[in-house]
Design a binder for this molecule. Structure first.
Ligand code: ADP
Length: 452
């Protein structure tokens, strides 16, 4: 079996113990096949100080490249996170574009290719991750790399009508034809990409293969997942922990709704806060009977839109709490920090309801984690945005449209009053699905499609 090379912007460093599910899956794949993990070191240095940090742990090689402050600004803060992120999440009005930033993004991809190519062997299989590295495969091909290359896009891919708002759309998307396999989160995204290739770039299509000149690229959905058994185990173990007991005691028998998201405008937090406030306004009988715990660690704070979101949410939570709080009850508990994964699993288990209502999300792993963490005899209800990739796999959730305030209020009310039998039925179907389609099945599926 050939060696696996994983390339991603951020690499879970060898000694990082808090790595997420994806990092664990990549490590497992690399261990199985022996491999190399290449990416950004997370360091910003002066141009003369740039280094490629090499390390071998077991049968995995790590190669981490420093970026300069200028490269980081154009490639990461600029084009990746202020251009591609909002556009690919269906928010073109939030997109900021400049040719200089696109040039910086292309330059970093070229640099990655130049530093990676000498480390490659002929029969390697290369797996590139996410929107930071869309042109990397084409840069590798330009250097004569003939290996099989797969690319997986973790975030959504909007239809052509939206994609063409990007001034450099054709230049950028055409580079994906350098891949043998392009994986996306769901069928709609796969159709959108294949249609774009045919309609805009003039490619031919045969089933799920798009043919652009000499190159054949398979475009297919691979919905990402979680380590379901591990989350279930963690949530059971967390039940007896002091943190879980303290949270439970603080509720004094009241119901708990929970939300866990990076502080990101794609997550629909302002509308979620408004919906919860409206729910209390329209259902006075629920005041003092339910608390909403929103955990939202700040992210990308160097990007202005993220700072604005943070102050907006502080105002919104403050207003609702000011209006409804009692001396012994606060409606919204808004917490801006990270927790260990097992602690979160314990919180999910205590919750009666999860509010997972992004405006758009590639998948949304929190929805799956919440399901995995429920006690089978008394599972909580999941209110899930129909615009999260997870909605396609979890139709038994209470699906809501985050742009529909009345619908959101109905979802909260239905979730809080759902009879035990219905909760069990819905949960069993969802749990069975994510048990079968877990993160291991996901990475095996992708690698099988890429070929051994
Ligand atoms: P995104 O990748 O856009 O952040 P996902 O829901 O797909 O959204 O994945 C987020 C991951 O980050 C989940 O695994 C979730 O458990 C984790 N996470 C989110 N918030 C926190 C937090 N406060 N502390 C620790 N982990 C968190």
């Amino acid at each position: 079996m050939s060696r696996l090379v994983v390339v991603s912007n951020r690499v879970a460093q060898p000694r990082e113990t808090r790595a997420g599910g994806l990092a664990a899956a990549m490590r497992a794949a690399l261990k199985e096949h022996g491999g190399l993990w290449f990416g950004w070191s997370g360091k910003r240095v002066a141009p003369t100080e740039r280094a490629l940090h090499r390390e071998r742990v077991g049968n995995i090689d790590y190669a981490l490249l420093d970026l300069t402050r200028e490269e980081y600004e154009a490639y990461y803060l600029g084009f990746a996170n202020r251009t591609l992120w909002p556009l690919l999440h269906f928010q073109p009005t939030m997109m900021q574009y400049s040719r200089a930033q696109y040039a910086g993004y292309r330059q970093v991809n070229k640099l990655f290719a130049a530093r990676l190519a000498p480390l490659l062997r002929e029969d390697d299989r290369i797996w590139i991750h996410d929107y930071h590295l869309i042109p990397l495969a084409s840069e590798l091909r330009a250097l004569g790399v003939g290996s099989r290359i797969g690319f997986f896009l973790h975030i959504p891919l909007p239809p052509r009508e939206l994609l063409i708002n990007l001034p450099c759309h054709a230049d950028l998307i055409a580079t994906l034809s350098a891949c043998d396999l392009v994986g996306v989160q769901n069928r709609d995204d796969a159709h959108a990409l294949a249609d774009y290739f045919v309609d805009v770039l003039g490619a031919q299509r045969s089933g799920d293969i798009v043919v652009s000149g000499e190159r054949r690229t398979r475009v297919a959905p691979f919905p990402i997942s979680i380590d379901t058994a591990e989350v279930a185990r963690q949530s059971q173990a967390a039940a007896a922990s002091a943190t879980s007991r303290n949270l439970r005691a603080s509720l004094s028998g009241r119901a708990l709704a929970v939300g866990v998201d990076r502080l990101d405008y794609s997550k629909g937090l302002p509308r979620r806060f408004e919906a919860f406030g409206r729910f209390l306004a329209e259902h006075p009988d629920w005041r003092s009977r339910v608390s909403f715990l929103q955990i939202a660690p700040p992210s990308r704070e160097e990007v202005p839109e993220y700072r604005e979101l943070r102050s907006k949410l502080e105002r919104s939570a403050g207003a609702t709490n000011g209006r409804y709080a009692e001396p012994d009850w606060v409606p919204i508990r808004y917490v801006n920090r990270s927790f260990a994964r097992r602690t979160l699993a314990g919180f999910y288990r205590i919750a009666d309801l999860a509010l997972v209502t992004p405006l758009r999300d590639g998948m949304n792993l929190v929805a799956k984690e919440f399901v995995a963490a429920q006690p089978p005899d008394d599972p909580g209800a999941l209110v899930l945005s129909r615009f999260a990739g997870a909605a396609g796999e979890l139709p038994q959730a209470l699906l809501v449209n985050p742009y529909d305030p009345e619908g959101m209020v109905e979802g909260i009310e239905r979730g809080l009053t759902m009879p035990l039998e219905e909760r069990r039925e819905r949960w069993t179907a969802m749990f069975e699905h994510i048990s079968k389609h877990d993160i291991d099945a996901w990475r095996r599926g992708f690698l099988e499609a890429l070929g051994n």
